[in-house]
Design a protein around this ligand. Structure first.
Ligand SMILES: O=C(O)CCC(=O)C(=O)O
Ligand SMILES: [Fe+2]
Length: 357
């Protein structure tokens, strides 16, 4: 099955007309800013200090090896559940046409995968929730309905797509209209993430220059509300040459949790090794950050088994596009619900924003 661009997969991120939250909800905005400022005003004796200072951190061993292996297997079983010739043990079958429709950068977020039971089991893991709880100072959290990243080294495709995929794609996942610490993104690392393996690249400390960057390097009249900002070569040059910030490949092991501030510049690199990258995106924020409107949208997305973006509490724009094949037809293998539905327990319903705290 052929690739679809990130744009077609994530309509919500590109919908600039949605939600006038910033202008209309000053109280909510103030609350979010206060919580974020509080985090940044303190010093910590643990990993939070690195998150605060460097804009990213690896929290070790939030899952034991058995669990990491279990979730990895679930991801690979899901990938091979579409009745295509794809076989994990046979590299010659690693062709894009044998995969479910996904984003250019190996993000899988369609076919209701965001709501598979194993994804919800992972989101419910106590040590993952605790890590975010420590950042935000509350265990009353919402979670994003986010996707997976599955990187098959040397995945075959059309040459132009292979070339596009290999290029750096520096970006931040926060709108310039949001000028404070308010979203922490996460990767539950389920495969090896050594120097040669596929993985996240960050620009340490770049989060500290977000305000200056957006005010001086962007045309303010073109600021958009979506939580996605792609950086041009000139923008990257500004960070590298004016601010002296260099990219850093994050090293992580199965069972670790990578966290980063959404204002930190980042992208992912492809593997130079044989390791299949298997990770799940997880992001949690305080339930108090969400407006009634956002909660309503979240509930609807949950009920329809739709994914959203990296953000748990805002810009809840469901990914309600069908997977479209290269020939323009909707994939006949499309699913409108997960293969195995999650258990609708209290933890899941509260994280989903369906049940109030
Ligand atoms: O897959 C990755 O490491 C990064 C993807 C990304 O940019 C994100 O999750 O915001
Ligand atoms: Fe990102």
């Amino acid at each position: 099955m052929t690739i679809s661009t990130t744009e077609t997969l994530q309509p919500g991120r590109f919908d600039t007309t949605h939600s006038e939250f910033a202008a209309q909800l000053p109280k909510q905005k103030q609350h979010i800013k206060e919580v974020g400022d509080k985090f940044e005003s303190r010093d910590y004796q643990d990993w939070r200090q690195q998150l605060k200072e460097e804009g990213f951190v690896v929290v070790k061993n939030v899952l034991n090896q058995e669990k990491a292996q279990h979730y990895r297997n679930e991801i690979l079983n899901w990938l091979t559940s579409f009745g295509t010739p794809l076989k994990i043990e046979d590299k010659s079958t690693w062709h894009n046409k044998n995969l479910p429709v996904h984003g250019l950068h190996n993000v899988h977020a369609l076919y209701s995968v965001s709501h598979e039971k194993f994804v919800w089991d992972l989101r419910s893991e106590p040590k993952i929730r605790d890590a975010f709880g420590k950042v935000w100072g509350t265990d009353e959290l919402l979670v994003s309905f986010d996707g997976l990243n599955i990187g098959l080294p040397g995945l075959q495709d059309d040459t132009d797509i292979e070339q596009a995929r290999a290029k750096p794609w520096q970006h931040v996942d926060q709108s310039p209209f949001k000028q404070s610490f308010q979203c922490v993104q996460g990767i539950a690392q389920l495969s090896k993430g050594g120097p040669k393996d596929g993985g996240l690249v960050v620009y340490p400390k770049s989060h500290k220059h977000f305000t200056e960057f957006t005010e001086t390097q962007l045309d303010k009249s073109k600021w958009v509300r979506k939580d996605w900002l792609s950086l041009s070569k000139e923008h990257v040059k500004w960070y590298e040459e004016v601010k002296g910030i260099k990219p850093y490949k994050v090293i992580a092991e199965p069972g670790d949790l990578i966290l980063w501030d959404s204002r930190t510049i980042h992208y992912a690199v492809l593997a130079e090794s044989d390791e299949i990258r298997t990770i799940a995106y997880v992001s949690y924020s305080p339930a108090s950050f969400a407006t009634p409107d956002a909660l309503e949208k979240k509930k609807e997305a949950f009920e329809k088994w739709l994914g959203t973006t990296h953000w748990a509490h805002d810009n809840i724009n469901p990914r309600n596009t069908d997977p479209v094949l290269a020939n323009g037809e909707v994939d006949p293998r499309n699913r409108k619900e997960p293969i195995q539905k999650p258990e609708l327990n209290d933890i899941v319903l509260k994280l989903a924003g369906v049940k109030p705290y």
